[in-house]
Design a protein around this ligand. Structure first.
Ligand code: IPE
Ligand code: MG
Length: 215
């Protein structure tokens, strides 16, 4: 979800305002995914590296996360959507960790739709964590096991969309992205709409995915 700052700049507003707009777009976009029967969507809110931004900004974004979980929890429950935060949240304030853990616990039994927020997430962190788990539990270091102990489990994205004009993954799901389709848009995140979701999905459906094989 890149481009909040540039969107704010374009409108003569503060970066904080840009993050507020960006944050309020997440659940709307998730619902348009659900309407199109995309059953899992992960929103990359903060990378491990984004955490090196000024404390004022990272704190503000963590409060936005807290507020938006509280706001949407009733709807998550009504619509039976499983919620999860992936990433290292150990350094978040206790109250925010509680909000996250509560939302995860009360939605943990749902299976059909999954909303993940990647916060202080890095693909490298994810892979290292998985390897550490395998070593700690004396499990075989295999492709299958490494996949299983990632924060996403063996649930890999079919499609990764990045807004904001840059063509890079910025440490997002490095292992899981092995065969993901990649889409890069110039649209800034706060402007990204449900129309964009349906356009992307229509284009995605035309792609013949071969996973390295021949027809
Ligand atoms: C949002 O966009 C992504 C976050 C890390 C919260 P940016 O804050 O990176 O916006 P730009 O790149 O400055 O426009
Ligand atoms: Mg950016």
């Amino acid at each position: 979800m890149d481009g909040n700052g540039r969107w704010a700049d374009k409108h003569g507003k503060t970066r904080q305002f840009g993050h507020e707009q960006g944050s309020s777009n997440v659940y709307d976009i998730f619902l348009s995914c659900v309407e199109l029967d995309i059953n899992t969507a992960t929103f990359f809110a903060m990378s491990s590296e984004n955490m090196n931004r000024p404390r004022e900004e990272t704190e503000f974004i963590s409060i936005l996360l807290d507020n938006s979980i509280k706001k949407h929890l009733p709807d998550l429950l009504d619509n039976q959507i499983k919620f999860k935060v992936i990433g290292d949240i150990s350094h978040l304030p206790e109250n925010i960790k509680k909000t996250i853990e509560h939302a995860e616990t009360v939605t943990s039994m749902f299976t059909r739709y999954k909303l993940n927020i990647a916060y202080n997430y890095g693909g490298q962190w994810d892979i290292l964590n998985s390897i550490k788990t395998l070593l700690d539990n004396k499990l075989e270091i295999s492709n299958e096991n490494l996949s299983k102990y990632l924060s996403t489990g063996s649930d890999f994205p079919d499609l990764i969309v990045r807004t904001g004009g840059y063509k890079r993954l910025s440490n997002f799901m490095l292992w899981q992205a092995a065969y993901s389709e990649l889409i890069f848009l110039n649209t800034l995140w706060p402007e990204f709409s449900s129309k964009d979701v349906s356009n992307i999905l229509n284009n995605y459906k035309l792609i013949k995915r071969k996973f390295g094989k021949v027809d």
